[in-house]
Design a protein around this ligand. Structure first.
Ligand code: SF4
Ligand code: SF4
Ligand code: SF4
Length: 471
């Protein structure tokens, strides 16, 4: 592909033709602030924070939506640009329910400013995104600590109709990431809509429950506390401390990195397991062993059905809902198996009835699964776990590591490894073709990262022996 050479803040950089100024800046190691841009989603130039100066152009250009040209000279930072960006961020708070930035004691809610001595008994500042919020991070970076106007409430209200994926549109900045993510899931029920009190993002029939498959991907991409999973800090601590109640945690390794980022220090999986025990969780299990249980189940199902026509293979509750509602005529091809959480939950509850199960992981979509399938009593993401640990003095780095337990399970046959590998959900990457070698046969597999890819793959379904849908 043809390369285009330009300069960003006097730094020369070459990028493929068709790249945006934002792509080129990232390639040059220059950071341009953005709020609506998200890897894998189409540029929208909605937040206008990425505006830059292009030599010879009268008006500022949006870096996310402007293609590079040969010899272009771009400036991404100046006092004028800083002031414009600050004004834009201030404006985003004009109609925003601010639940952070309250604390007079510490003056900030940045993770590194939390003080366990005070915060564990307060958390008045608590918003579901506090410490992970891109708007909050921008406000802190651009010094938006006082607003030159009064905040007006939108009063768009809450939508809790799904019971798992919750919406508080009074925290929405109308970046439209969720709109595209939902389209990418092949569902497309979200859109920018005009209401009597202003513009907002809403579902087609106002209630998310009407059409939503509860995949949780809109929560994954939302930069603020507008979309989130229900939290359960108090119930978890209550059960952990209650005499006579048994509690078990299923700890997935992807919880470690975001939690380390909040603490600003490194610790191991074993130390995090020890921290969970410290707060009163009786037993901690390795999420990897739950994955193995689920993969073994998939392998048994494939052994029975591979070679009998195209199979639609998934363990994801949202992908199951999508396929059932869109392709009921293909129900004979459905090869649904239990997810890691469901497999583990069934095994644990058979062995230890009455145990409260808490799933701990990095991906918010897991929260939707826990609520939708009932496989876990509670799901906790890293942000919520951070607050639980702060409240109960369980800092992982101070713990002596313990080994997480595992439930026994059958090994997965090697021939299935590429098809059943642990592949992350993605909006930007295409489907992956894989070969399945099993029982002396060679089968063609396709891994679709979201339901929309599966919908396309089904147009040429006969080309595949098995289509795995991750969602
Ligand atoms: S959405 Fe972000 S800026 Fe708004 S209250 Fe929550 S943490 Fe603060
Ligand atoms: S949970 Fe999934 S289907 Fe529901 S609104 Fe969000 S992206 Fe769309
Ligand atoms: S709900 Fe979140 S992702 Fe959707 S437009 Fe509002 S801020 Fe953006």
């Amino acid at each position: 592909m043809k390369q285009i050479t330009l300069t960003i803040n006097e730094i020369p950089v070459s990028v493929p033709s068709g790249s945006t100024i934002l792509d080129a800046a990232r390639a040059a190691g220059v950071e341009i602030p953005t709020l609506c841009a998200y890897e894998g989603l189409k540029p929208k130039a909605a937040c206008k924070l990425c505006q830059v100066i292009v030599e010879g152009e009268e008006k500022a250009k949006m870096a996310c939506a402007t293609r590079v040209k040969e010899g272009m000279r771009v400036t991404t930072d100046s006092d004028e640009l800083f002031a414009r960006r600050k004004a834009l961020i201030q404006e985003m708070f004009r109609q925003h329910t601010v639940d952070c930035h309250h604390c007079l004691r510490i003056g900030s809610t940045r993770a590194e400013h939390f003080d366990p001595k005070f915060c564990e008994s307060c958390f008045f500042c608590d918003c579901v995104r506090d410490g992970f919020c891109e708007l909050q991070a921008l406000a802190l970076r651009f010094g938006v600590d006082q607003l030159p106007f009064e905040i007006h409430e939108h009063d768009f209200g809450m939508d809790c109709s799904t019971g798992s994926v919750l919406r508080n549109m009074d925290k929405c900045v109308r970046c439209r990431r969720c709109v595209e993510a939902c389209q990418g899931q092949g569902v497309g029920i979200l859109g920018l809509r005009r209401r009597k009190n202003g513009q907002t993002v809403a579902a087609t029939s106002d209630m998310l429950s009407d059409g939503c498959i509860r995949c949780g991907r809109c929560v994954e991409v939302c930069p603020t506390g507008a979309l989130y999973m229900a939290e359960h800090k108090d119930e978890i601590l209550y059960h952990a401390h209650q005499y006579g109640t048994k509690t078990s945690a299923l700890l997935f390794p992807d919880a470690v990195r975001p939690l380390e980022a909040l603490y600003g220090e490194r610790f191991s999986f074993g130390q995090l397991a020890a921290a969970l025990k410290k707060i009163g969780i009786d037993r901690v299990y390795d999420g990897g062993s739950a994955l193995a249980l689920s993969r073994a189940k998939a392998a048994r199902l494939l052994d029975e059905r591979l070679g009998t026509g195209t199979l639609l293979l998934t363990d994801n509750h949202a992908a199951k809902a999508f396929l059932q509602s869109r392709f009921p005529e293909r129900s004979a091809q459905f090869a649904f198996f239990d997810s890691p959480l469901q497999c583990f939950s069934a095994a644990l509850r058979a062995e230890q009835p009455g145990t409260k199960l808490i799933a701990v992981g990095g991906e918010n979509a897991f929260g939707a699964e826990a609520a939708e399938t009932g496989a876990a009593d509670y799901f906790v993401n890293a942000r919520e776990l951070y607050r639980i640990l702060l409240r109960s003095g369980g800092a992982p780095a101070k713990r002596i590591p313990v080994e997480a337990e595992a439930l026994p399970c059958d090994p997965v046959p090697e021939g299935y490894a590429p098809l059943l590998a642990d592949i992350p959900w993605s909006l930007r990457e295409g489907p992956a073709e894989v070969s399945v070698l099993r029982n002396g046969g060679h089968f063609r597999g396709l891994i679709c990262r979201n339901p929309q890819q599966a919908e396309k793959a089904l147009q040429e379904a006969e080309a595949w022996d098995v289509i795995r849908v991750l969602a």
